[in-house]
Design a binder for this molecule. Sequence first.
Ligand code: SPV
Ligand code: MG
Length: 298
Amino acid sequence: MNQSENLVNLLEKKPIVKVCGAYDAMSAKLVEAHDFDAIWAGSFAISAIHNVPDASILTMTEFFDAASNMAQSCEIPVIADCDTGYGDANNVRYLVKKYENAGIAGICIEDKTFPKQNSLLKNGNNQLLSEKDFVAKILAANDVKQNKAFSIIARVEALISGIGMEEALKRAYAYEKAGADLILIHSKKISPEEIFEFSESWKGSSPLVVIPTTYYSVKIDELISHNIKMVIYANQTLRAAHLALNNLLGKMKDANNMDEIQNEMSPMDDIFKLQEMFEIKSQEKDIEEKLRKLGYIS
Ligand code: SPV
Ligand code: MG
């Protein structure tokens, strides 16, 4: 089974699929080690580790490299946040081919105009693309995908833009009709009420996805009972890494020696384990044995 099929399988079997954000291959590997179902290669976190705004600054190639590094390192599905699709339907056509070939399980595109800004930025620009132009992107994505299971997630930004519930539902139905496999309904409210209102009104068959960053107190049980099939914890790993480094560096700068920070770092062995450093020795032995058999070593 490939990763796209794995993701579809998880959606069928689990009451809710738990996805956690990562910003590089190592953080993705840690997400996997903690038994999450899938990895979110988010544009906010990937932009942040390049120290640029989450505002369509990085190119598709840079986002692609980050997501495919994660997919190469992990055995759980990777979902790539592809912002607005880096252009129009032609760009989406190209990206779907590239991401699918790299073993990424699915992509998410949002219905804002390019260049987009992060949805949670205060006073950010959240201008919506026309429904027609976004439908064209979904049609293009569907047209080009090879594996039926490759997930196209359509992200509805109507609530983020403030245009309202009616428009959010209208667009979600249009995106489903165009072939979106899942609908991500995003909100920047501090309570999940509008998400629940949306899910209670939703009569489509595409599973619903949410990102509870601002309404973080919502409980898993509540999401399940409101028919949400996937939850994405998009940026907590990035923010935790930022905090840990800041704290460590603050202490290191004034320290006379490194005694007091020893407990604030992972032992090197933990990193060796994650990067499969210990396997190197047995692999070397294996090659040596083969070289011996071939007569290069006596
Ligand atoms: C991301 O993690 O990049 C997202 C989610 O797109 S949000 O930051 O809420 O826009
Ligand atoms: Mg994003």
